[in-house]
Design a protein around this ligand. Structure first.
Ligand code: DMJ
Length: 629
């Protein structure tokens, strides 16, 4: 249709209003300002799908409303058990699931993309099961809200999860018992002075809440659960479990770090469930998992780093970029949330993240640390295997291992990333120490953070599965990096390592800045010792671990718990008055495992999330026959 033309000679609008030229100009200026404002406001709406619904035809809006929806089928294909529960079939990470599964999923209805939809879906699943089994509401309360068969899962484990072994080395046992005593001391102190708070302040003998967990409490309880269980601290484990049952309140209001809540709370609860089969841990993990879903309501589906757990706000509490190590460290836990709930939404969210990452161009094959959740493009070219980047790489290789080596996409991403890191970031100092520098738009910063020291263990873990000609090379690289991290400890007066150490201006493996001299009970170095020990059985890793135990006892143990120190280069250190929850989750657990036989939490059966919470490898399909629809 041709638009009607203005009859010649008629004044145009707004001239028709009888306005003079300057007035017309002002009027038009005002009008265009107003339009820009309205249009901009629409873009700023938290849920971009609302905007799309206004402007796009219904069907197009549905397709565009969530970038994750475009990956929905691949996520479901990848995350869910393939077909009915034929025992040997892998559960996830196949790019092409059989048609049968796709049909089952289609029959199960559309995926839930929002927390509300997810809740609805969980409720619907519950109703369906109730009909299937005739369970009463009371029975349903205690019954798993999924079709996961815990007993079947336990039978699938290849090794017992804890306990001593006959004929083991008595020295290793004695050292393990010492570490168990440290754990008991850390727990008892927390219980006495800070029970229910997030961390213990051991000097002032009170609790710390902080602002990372959005009103959630008991970070130390949840982080410590599996360590208490593994160390057979039965009474203490029961105390922790009781707190989760009676006092762990998820109806909180506040801004939380999506990453921290995921690795500590979701990871801790999932591990506690898999180790013990106690339903309370599973239901809390699923409930909390649902509360995290609104963080993914961004134009790309890349989650924002901060989410308000209590309101309807949509995860837009923080401005700016999303951080690689944060949105890249959800995969393991979210696949397990889908596994336990039967709800594909969790897996879809993380598979979409992978899709976005695979689409965006990588400078020199490297993954920068900051990505815009709005455009899906990198925001800065800072690359690091330490803070901001670290656990993204860790989760690639662990996703592959957790999938029982089926998730070849993750393996390829890991292999490619490691190759690029080695080429562009790994360097050798004049004194012969291998380190991983940071990369800023092509310029190297010859610094390694304590956080980056996890990479010795990660590279060793991956080396086992590298191609024949690369295996030894990667084992050597892992050993060299672990050695460098040990040097950062050995060169300090306390025999504990600084937060960051440098390889410039004649310095090697030491902090050069006052602000980098602190040690906050971090685990990464002993984490690498644990993996290196298990994979090489070179006794030096146990010796190095024991040096750390002695240093912790000497410099960090105070009257009411363990504290970080402000300067590792002085033997009269000042304490920072904080017993971090990861000290109980990770540092003490890895030290303990270093002196256990290999089949305690065997690497055949478990992968550790980045907070050292063990999650099972999917050897088999744990769904019950009756429950498959
Ligand atoms: C832990 O919370 C996790 O290991 C995380 O990945 C980063 N670092 C801290 C402990 O240092």
């Amino acid at each position: 249709m041709v638009p009607p033309r203005k009859p010649p000679g008629m004044p145009g609008w707004p001239a028709a209003l009888g306005l003079r030229l300057p007035q017309k100009f002002l009027f038009l200026l005002f009008l265009s300002g107003l339009l820009t404002l309205c249009f901009g406001a629409l873009f700023l709406l938290p849920d971009s799908s609302r905007f799309k619904r206004l402007f796009l035809p219904r069907r197009a809006a549905a397709a565009a409303s969530s970038s994750s929806s475009s990956s929905a089928s691949s996520a479901r294909d990848a995350a869910l058990p393939r077909g009915p529960p034929a025992a040997a079939e892998p559960r996830h990470a196949s790019p092409a699931a059989p048609r049968r599964l796709r049909e089952q999923l289609r029959a199960a209805g559309p995926p839930a993309h929002t927390a509300a939809a997810a809740r609805q879906q969980v409720r619907a699943d519950g109703r369906r099961r109730e009909l299937d089994t005739g369970a009463t509401p009371a029975a349903r309360e205690t019954r798993a809200p999924s079709r996961f068969d815990y007993e079947r899962f336990r039978r699938s484990l290849r090794h017992p999860v804890r306990g001593g072994r006959p004929g083991e080395d008595p020295d290793a046992r004695a050292r393990r018992m010492k570490i168990k005593e440290m754990m008991k001391f850390a727990w008892d102190s927390y219980k006495q002075y800070a029970f229910g708070k997030n961390e213990l302040r051991p000097l002032t003998k009170n609790g710390h809440i902080g602002n990372m967990f959005g009103g959630l409490r008991g970070a130390t309880v949840v982080d410590a659960l599996d360590t208490l269980y593994i160390m057979e601290l039965e009474e203490e484990f029961q105390e922790a479990k009781k707190w989760v049952e009676k006092s762990f309140d998820l109806n909180v209001n506040g801004e939380a770090s999506l990453f921290e809540v995921n690795i500590r709370y979701i990871g801790g609860l999932l591990a506690a469930y898999y180790l013990t089969g106690e339903e309370v841990f599973k239901s809390k993990a699923l409930e909390l998992g649902e509360k995290l879903l609104p963080a993914f309501n961004t134009p790309t589906g890349i989650p924002r780093g901060v989410i308000n757990l209590g309101s309807w706000s949509w995860g837009w509490a923080s401005a700016g970029s999303s951080i690689l190590a944060e949105f890249g460290t959800l995969h393991l836990e979210f696949l397990h949330l889908t596994e336990l709930s039967g709800n594909p939404v969790f897996a879809e969210k993380v598979m979409n993240i992978r899709k976005v990452l695979n689409r965006v161009e990588k400078p020199q094959g490297l993954y920068p640390n900051f990505l815009s959740p709005v455009t899906g493009n990198w925001v800065q070219h800072h690359v690091s295997i330490g803070g901001l980047g670290d656990s993204f790489y860790e989760y690639l290789i662990k996703s592959w291992l957790m999938s029982d080596k089926k998730d070849s996409e993750a393996k390829k991403m890991y292999d490619d990333a490691l190759e690029a890191i080695e080429k562009h970031l790994v360097r050798r100092s004049a004194g012969g120490l291998t380190y991983i520098a940071e990369w800023r738009g092509g310029i190297l910063d010859h610094k390694m953070g304590h956080l980056a020291c996890f990479s010795g263990g990660m590279i060793a873990l991956g080396a086992e599965h590298a191609s024949e000609e690369r295996k030894q090379h990667y084992m050597d690289l892992a050993a060299e990096i672990t050695n460098t991290c040990h040097e950062s400890y050995a060169r300090s007066d306390t025999k504990l390592g600084p937060e960051a150490f440098r390889f410039d201006t004649g310095t090697e493996a030491m902090a050069t800045r006052l602000s980098e001299r602190y040690y906050i009970l971090r685990p990464e170095v002993v984490e690498s010792y644990m993996y290196m020990w298990r994979l090489t059985h070179d006794l030096k890793y146990r010796q190095w671990g024991w040096e750390v135990v002695k240093a912790l006892e000497k410099h960090c143990r105070v009257e009411a718990g363990f504290s970080g120190i402000r300067d590792v280069y002085t033997t009269v250190p000042t304490h920072d008055n904080m017993q971090q929850s990861f000290f109980l989750a990770e540092t003490l657990k890895y030290l303990y495992l270093l002196f256990c036989e290999d089949d305690v939490l065997s690497l055949d059966d478990w992968v550790f999330n980045t907070e050292a919470h063990p999650l099972p490898v999917n050897h088999t399909n744990f769904k019950t026959k009756a429950s498959v629809q």
